[in-house]
Design a protein around this ligand. Structure first.
Ligand code: FAD
Length: 451
């Protein structure tokens, strides 16, 4: 067997993938372009540099999906979690990390590993053969980005995300909202009722526009451009262009009849579209935004029907290179058109340090197991890692695919439990108990430490 795994990008995902594969007995070369070639966000030549916040978010593995992902990576002997734990800072229930010592520790452990070497070079083309993982992240260099786009088709590789907020279906007030597609379009009942609609009268609409205009917004990072604006204006920018703009755009009320009050004509309607096959998540159509997170929850809960909404993720617009993974990748994270190449990390359409590291962990194990001739199945979708890979490799709607954080909306429901806000604590505990048992079972199949 050709026993070298090449990993492009030594960030969160590439570092974890290298560690996992090396522990499985595979030789690894990490190709990392920094410090020779820089990005606008990275400041050092370390592997696994945290480019912005120093938080790995919640560390609660019973009630929080990110905390569960921490737990799963710790159980799998993850390097990123071990170094984060070693350089933890006080932060209540969150896992905050002392960023420089953390990145230095990851770098040192990788360099010290007898099966891992690091080559500081930019990879600019897709490899023709061998075993590869591409984990070049949101700021993939432009030459490699172009090479990927040439392989996948330009429309399947995005350079910016435009994320509309995503709401848990069970937090929508269905005494106010109703299901209907505009003009009842569609051949089946499911298509004719594909959208969730939230009606506004004139006073509610005017108050909503005022709140949008007044809300705190996030500035662009240096080096980001606003060149994406043509196709996906943030809603607050649309509102700035004119108070009626949204009513003629994503909030137009035409072709819809309020199921709760058929005679009353809404002044504006907010539509939500199903975001995953499970039907647990809905995104607010056309509501990409640069509003700060606190402002978003306040403003979006002004929408009738969403007054108690819980958000699986809030909106954002960032410089972000990512694949349309649901169409391009198989469940083993391989590029369907070139199966000797896997993708991992944020470029696969997950978002955040933790999710990216988890996708690296999985890609490293899958690649190494395949190279050793003992291919591994992907973890069950009841686990946090499995829920994420299931979502990006097919569970998500390909047409509107945008990067995703881990959240309980990605998990298959546990039957027989109370829904809504009241049942949440028991429900989340049931999800995490089930995930832990299933992850332990999956890890047991890999016999990783035998190597
Ligand atoms: C401005 C900005 C702010 C962010 N803030 C946060 C935050 O606060 N919290 C959070 O959780 N996430 C944040 N993210 C997302 C975060 O960066 C990612 O979730 C995480 O780092 C992704 O891990 P990764 O391994 O996929 O990519 P990265 O960690 O970015 O690693 C990719 C590596 O690939 C290298 N590389 C790129 N192209 C090539 C090439 N052609 N050849 C060789 N090497 C290459 C890069 O130098 C880099 O080291 C932010 C992203 C950006 C851009």
């Amino acid at each position: 067997m050709n026993n070298t795994l090449h990993i492009v990008g030594g960030g969160m995902a590439g570092s974890e993938a290298a560690w996992q594969a090396a522990r499985l007995g595979v030789n690894v070369v990490i190709h990392e372009m920094r410090p020779k070639v820089e990005t606008f966000a990275h400041k050092t030549g370390h592997l696994a540099e945290m480019v912005c916040s120093n938080s790995f978010r919640s560390d609660d593995d019973e009630q929080n999906a990110v905390g569960l992902l921490h737990w799963e990576m710790r159980q799998a002997g993850g390097l990123i979690m071990a170094c984060a734990d070693a350089h933890r800072l006080p932060a209540g229930g969150a896992l905050a990390v002392d960023r420089d010592p953390f990145a230095e520790a990851v770098t040192r452990q990788l360099l010290d590993h007898p099966r891992i070497s690091v080559s500081h070079e930019e990879i600019t083309a897709l490899p023709e053969d061998g075993h590869w993982i591409i984990a070049t992240g949101p700021l993939t260099s432009s030459a490699l980005g172009q090479a990927i786009a040439a392989e996948t088709g330009a429309e399947a590789l995005a350079f910016f995300d435009a994320i509309a907020p995503i709401v848990y279906f069970d937090s929508v007030d269905m005494d106010i909202a109703w299901m209907q597609s505009r003009y009842d379009k569609g051949d089946t009942e499911a298509e004719r009722t594909a959208y969730l609609n939230c009606p506004m009268d004139k006073a509610q609409y005017e108050a909503f526009i005022d709140a949008l205009l007044a809300a705190d917004k996030t500035e662009f990072h240096e080096g980001e451009t606003a060149g994406y604006f043509d196709g996906c204006l943030p809603i607050e920018v649309m509102a700035e262009r004119g108070r009626e703009t949204l009513r003629h755009g994503p909030m137009k009320p035409v072709g819809l009849t309020n199921a709760h009050a058929p005679e009353s004509k809404a002044h504006a309607v907010v539509q939500l579209r199903r975001d995953n096959a499970l039907g647990t998540l809905y995104n607010i159509v056309g509501f990409q935004t640069k509003m700060k997170y606190g402002a978003q929850t306040e403003v979006f809960r002004m929408i009738p029907g969403l007054q108690n909404a819980r958000f699986a993720r809030l909106g954002g617009i960032h410089r972000n290179t990512f694949l349309n993974s649901p169409t391009l990748l198989d469940a083993g994270m391989r590029l369907k058109s070139r199966p000797h190449i896997r993708f991992a990390g944020q470029i696969t359409g997950v978002e955040g340090y933790v999710e990216s590291a988890a996708m690296g962990l999985l890609a490293g194990r899958l690649a190494a197991a395949e190279m050793r001739g003992t291919p591994l199945s992907t973890p069950p979708e009841t686990t946090a890692t499995g829920a994420l890979i299931t979502h990006i490799s097919g569970g998500a709607e390909a047409k509107s695919f945008q990067p995703m954080n881990v959240n309980f909306g990605l998990f298959p429901p546990v039957e027989g439990l109370r829904g809504g806000r009241r049942g949440r604590k028991d429900r989340y505990k049931a999800y995490t108990d089930r995930a832990k048992a299933d992850w332990t079972g999956w890890l047991g199949q890999t016999a990783l430490d035998a190597a």
